[in-house]
Each structure stands twice: as structure tokens, then as C-alpha cells.
Design a protein. Structure first.
Length: 230
């Protein structure tokens, strides 16, 4: 083509085609929310930018698109890495086998305050297996004092036999993805909140956080029908 200042050979044309196909696959994987899209996106940018350098005069403005894709891929990979730390902790906790659940009966209720006995009967816990762990998924809104509300989604796992609370939250603050991970065990407690999963906004650990997270865990524990060792 007369508009090109440098001739593109057949092998280079094939590489350009592969770069274009990689872009399409990355876009499809992004919209399908596949975990591997950021890695493919980064590989695609490296290939594409190498081709652009080879034909800089004709293709230099493609660097702008590559920069945008690279930033998105880095953020995507950071989000996955941060969330995977939560998922790995959940998987590790799941691998600890709980004892065979016992059935909650009326005799188990006798040491409890009458109001709690009535509550457990009301929710139908009597005659059901005692609770050793649970998963909660919920959505909501929160805000700092004097600031706008923001929407969030969360996933939480609680393990009763060995006190553990794993809480992961996804939110957007001023349009920017901000994720948080609260981790509580019978020995440690931590809370990390990261903007774009790259920049730490909050990074707390014991001893400052441990008492607070213990109270949070006990508050939830009270309302679990038939939890062992109540």
C-alpha cells in the first residue's frame, strides 16, 4: 500500500494477524470473566508493541491502545492475585476436617438463656445438625462520615471448630475498583484494603485489630443455630 512507508513481509503480516487474533481472544475472555485474560493481554501487548517498534512510522499510534490494554491487564491480574490469596485461605480452611456433626436436641438448650432457647426453636435448629462452618454472600452500601455511599459485594466464610473468619469485599469508590480482605483466626487478625488491588489504603494487623475482629466473630457466632461449644 502506497500509504505505508515500510513494506511488510509475509511473515511479519502473519505476526500482525496473530496479534489481532490475540486481541480478540483477550476481549472475549475479558467479557466472559475468565481468570487468564490478563496474562494473555500482557503477552498480546508485548507482541503488538514489538511489531509497532518494527514499523514505528506507520503504527506508532497503536502504542496508545497498547498502553490502555496493559494498564487494564495489570489491574486485572492484581485483582485476581489479591482475591486468590483469600480463596487459598478458604481452601486451606476447608481441608481441615470438622468432626461428624451432632444433632442439636432439647438437652443441649438447657444451659442457655431462655431467650436464646426460644430463638433456636423458632428458627428450627432443634433436630438439625450443629453448625461447624458457613458461607455468606451479601451486598450493601457503606460510607465514611461525611462522604457519599458506595455499593459493595462480599463473600464471607466462618469456621467454628477452629475460630476463623475470612471476609472478602469488592467495591467501587469514586468509580475505582477497591477490594478489601479481613482475615481472622484464633491467633491473628488482619485487614487489607487496596485501591485497584495495587495501592494499599488500609493495612492493619495485630495487636491493633485482633480484639475488634474477635468481637465481630463472637457477634456472628451467637446467632448461628446450634453452633458447637457455645
Amino acid at each position: 500500500m502506497a500509504q505505508f512507508t515500510k513494506e511488510i513481509s509475509r511473515p511479519m503480516g502473519i505476526l500482525w494477524l496473530l496479534a489481532a487474533l490475540s486481541f480478540l481472544v483477550t476481549a472475549i475472555a475479558f467479557f466472559l470473566r475468565k481468570d487468564w485474560w490478563p496474562i494473555l493481554g500482557i503477552i498480546m501487548v508485548v507482541l503488538s508493541q514489538g511489531l509497532i517498534f518494527n514499523t514505528w512510522a506507520d503504527a506508532k499510534y497503536g502504542t496508545i491502545a497498547n498502553a490502555i490494554i496493559l494498564v487494564a491487564a495489570i489491574i486485572g491480574q492484581s485483582n485476581l492475585t489479591f482475591e486468590n490469596s483469600f480463596k487459598e485461605d478458604v481452601a486451606s480452611a476447608m481441608n481441615v476436617l470438622a468432626p461428624t456433626p451432632e444433632i442439636l436436641n432439647e438437652k443441649d438448650l438447657e444451659p442457655l438463656p431462655e431467650c436464646l432457647q426460644n430463638y433456636l426453636r423458632y428458627v428450627g435448629a432443634v433436630g438439625k445438625p450443629k453448625v461447624y462452618n458457613m458461607k455468606i454472600v451479601f451486598t450493601g452500601e457503606m460510607r465514611d462520615k461525611g462522604k457519599d455511599w458506595f455499593h459493595f459485594t462480599s463473600e464471607q466464610y466462618n469456621f467454628m471448630d477452629s475460630p476463623t473468619r475470612l471476609f472478602f469485599m469488592k467495591a467501587k469508590i469514586m468509580g475505582l475498583p477497591t477490594n478489601g480482605y479481613h482475615k481472622y483466626t484464633n491467633e491473628t487478625a488482619s485487614m487489607r484494603i487496596k485501591l485497584l488491588s495495587l495501592f494499599s489504603v488500609v493495612d492493619l494487623s495485630e495487636p491493633e485489630l485482633y480484639p475488634t475482629e474477635t468481637v465481630t466473630f463472637l457477634t456472628i457466632y451467637v446467632y448461628l443455630p446450634g453452633s458447637p461449644n457455645r
